[in-house]
Ligand binder design. Structure first.
Ligand code: ADP
Ligand code: F6P
Length: 458
């Protein structure tokens, strides 16, 4: 069996099995795949993860220039590990506890069991003294498990979501085990420095680690802790947006919407993304006559996500109710106020929507980074467009020239959207040129190079 110099591990493979798409595979949803797919393509490693189905363990697969090793999850694992501990315990808790987290010992056992399976798979696949890069909250125990069997390896862990303040994290009954799992890595990376500090403080206070916010020691093992803000393949996005077919489609979209000003939201359908608040802010503009559906339209494209988790089902219902309410009140023949599409767009179509949008509205209540904001900026090869961005997205720390809003303040958010719609052209172009420069300079290649460089030196 061939052993690899670099193994990437994430809960999901970059492609998931599908009955519909060509060859039975389609791109997996979410920001992790957007960021890591181009990294792995250039570095020729192996990606270990779940293929989105139940119970299919199989050999290594080559697809779209990627080498992928599927890890099997049985139906009970999908329920207790993925839907349970990952999506109903860690996800809400790490996102400011904006929904109550559930602490179920059976889910915890499943989390432990599945992490062990991932650790075993990695131990078999990676060459001696080489690197394993573990991603996200699904696999927090893997670093320690892997170190126990393969102490020769360099082990990196990157958390794509926020790490909560200690007083929120402390609620987890298995908090010390989670921290010990993470501390097994040589480098632990976060989206922002605040997340890194939260982790280091929790490790010192709840898991007996010693040291500073950036260097921890636990039982003689040294761990580097830092922030590594993730990004996108900016060049690829620019190339896509510059294609004549994409530009033509953007013009067509505008014309089909009656050449009104377009406000656009693009998200996984998740309660953290602030989709309801954004809709209500738009409604506020309409009811106070600061905007009219004759002149502007809000388009919300939401890709279905984690649909069997009740909180996601409730979020979907609420969004659909609000869309119905706004359209019932403010649409006219030929000028629907809100267009809502519950679907996954292809990359070209997505780029065309970004190009067509006068204002991109990105308003999460809490988000590790938010790559949609970076994709929008990068795709504006024409220098146009304006970005409204929540202060609670990691991206707000870099994209300072966006119009920054608080998604809990509906009037403030409505004012931010209105301001974006009325920005003087020179200011709008100035802001966009700086935003574009920031994303181009700090792209995903820089991110992966910096992380892997830190791992190499560890
Ligand atoms: P998260 O990782 O929480 O899903 P991000 O904003 O970081 O959030 O990344 C979302 C990724 O998913 C982006 O690459 C974006 O283009 C993609 N995406 C989101 N919504 C859609 C959609 N409706 N259709 C296609 N792609 C989408
Ligand atoms: O970090 C956000 C994340 O959990 C990623 O792991 C993934 O990109 C995305 O959300 C999609 O989630 P899921 O794999 O649960 O569909």
């Amino acid at each position: 069996m061939r052993r690899h110099d670099l193994v990437i591990m994430a809960n999901r493979l970059p492609m998931r099995r599908s009955g519909r798409a060509s060859g039975g595979w389609e791109r997996s949803p979410g920001g992790l795949v957007t960021a890591l797919h181009p990294v792995l393509r250039t570095r020729e490693g192996l990606w270990i993860g779940w293929d989105g189905t139940s119970g299919r363990a199989s050999r290594t697969i080559e697809h779209d220039g990627l080498q992928m090793k599927p890890v099997a999850l049985a139906t009970r694992d999908i329920d207790a590990f993925y839907h349970g501990f990952c999506n109903r315990t860690i996800w809400p808790l790490f996102h400011d506890a904006i929904r109550p987290a559930e602490f179920n010992p059976r889910w915890w056992e499943a989390y432990h069991r599945v992490n062990e399976r991932f650790a075993k798979a990695a131990a078999r696949q990676v060459a001696r003294n080489r690197a394993v890069w573990i991603h996200d909250f699904h696999l927090l125990l893997v670093p320690q498990m892997l170190r126990a069997t393969r102490p020769d390896l360099r082990i990196g862990l990157f958390l794509h979501i926020p790490f909560p303040p200690e007083e929120i994290f402390a609620r987890v009954p298995w908090r010390a085990s989670l921290l010990h799992g993470m501390i097994g890595a040589d480098v632990v990376g976060f989206q922002t420095w605040k997340d890194a500090q939260n982790f280091s403080r929790a490790s010192r206070h709840l898991a007996d680690a010693e040291g500073t916010d950036s260097n921890l020691t636990f039982h003689g093992h040294k761990v580097r802790v830092n922030s590594f803000p993730i990004s996108i393949d900016a060049k690829e996005m620019e190339t896509l947006a510059a294609r004549p077919s994409v530009q033509k489609r953007a013009v067509e979209i505008k014309s089909r919407l009656g050449n009104r000003r377009i406000l656009l939201g693009v998200d996984r359908l998740d309660y953290t993304k602030g989709i309801e608040a954004r809709l209500v802010a738009f409604e506020r503009l309409l009811e106070t006559h600061q905007a009219s559906s004759d002149r502007c339209v809000l388009v919300q494209v939401a890709v279905p996500s984690r649909e069997t988790v009740p909180e996601y089902e409730q979020t979907r219902t609420r969004i659909e109710e609000i869309v119905g309410r706004i359209n019932g009140e403010f649409s006219h023949p030929g000028s629907v106020a809100v267009h809502y599409f519950r679907r996954n767009l292809g990359r070209e179509e997505l780029a065309a929507w970004y190009l067509a949008a006068d204002v991109m509205v990105v308003t999460p209540l809490c988000d590790g980074m938010n790559l949609v904001a970076k994709e929008y900026v990068s795709s504006r090869v024409d220098g146009g467009g304006a970005l409204v961005l929540s202060e609670f997205a990691g991206a707000a720390q870099e994209l300072r020239q966006a119009i920054i809003v608080n998604p809990y303040d509906i009037d403030g958010m409505a004012a931010g959207i209105r301001r974006a719609l009325h920005l003087p052209r020179s200011e709008q172009r100035f802001r966009m040129s700086i935003l574009r420069m920031v994303v181009r300079r700090h792209d995903v290649q820089e991110w992966s190079g910096t992380f892997l460089g830190a791992l190499e030196r560890a």
